[in-house]
Design a protein around this ligand. Sequence first.
Ligand SMILES: [Zn+2]
Ligand SMILES: [Zn+2]
Length: 261
Amino acid sequence: MKIRVLGCAGAMAAGHKTTSFLLDDDVLIDAGSGVGELSLEAMARIDHIFVSHSHLDHVLSIGLLADTVQRRRAQEGRPAVQVHALPQTLKALKDHIFNGVIWPDFTRLPTIEKPALTFHEFAIGDRLDIGRGREIEVLSAAHTVPAVGFAVNPGSGAHWVFTGDTGPNPALWKRLGELKLSDLVIECAFGNDECELAGISQHHCPITLGEELTKLKTPSVRVHITHIKPGERAAVMAAVEALKSAHRVTALEHFQEFELG
Ligand SMILES: [Zn+2]
Ligand SMILES: [Zn+2]
């Protein structure tokens, strides 16, 4: 299977889109502004969206995607797009986005019988079958709102892991210690000059990232840094390099592709 990075920035600017990953051609992990990189045809092929948490930079394209593809998918006889998240995240989406004020409720439109979106709850620890032999495991994250990460199991070979937005998180490392990993996409949203803010907002800065990476015991895992703000990339990556981690650590790239399995 293939994973393509559509957006990996912690904020936006030209050439910097927020978090979204495309798994093969039919599954999104998070729906930040990176979804706008897809053509109409590619967007209409999305059957599932897995949402790490309710923050805007990870969900802002769900409503726009629903509006964009609903007629086309109905004409092609395709079902509703399934949105998968924690119950608290789905409630936040319903209450604050699909509320008829910020955006129409596409879980009831264009008709109640055949809506554009359906919402599906998951729990931490669930291993969800997404077809074609692929599986997504829901990992814990430690953030200011209920949040998760995801481990993608391509069916054979090692897992590709996305931590989601998170601060220090012992439960994550406990589970990762039990999995065979190829790649770890982990956030580092702030530079070391903003470690205090990183702590308050439950993100990483290079200092806390370095402490976390010492818990990753297999040196062959490729580590990719995500969620860096536009303009902060050079400073954050210089501080990450100064950690002299035993792992191969690079910045995640827009449109980077992973071949799994
Ligand atoms: Zn967040
Ligand atoms: Zn975020």
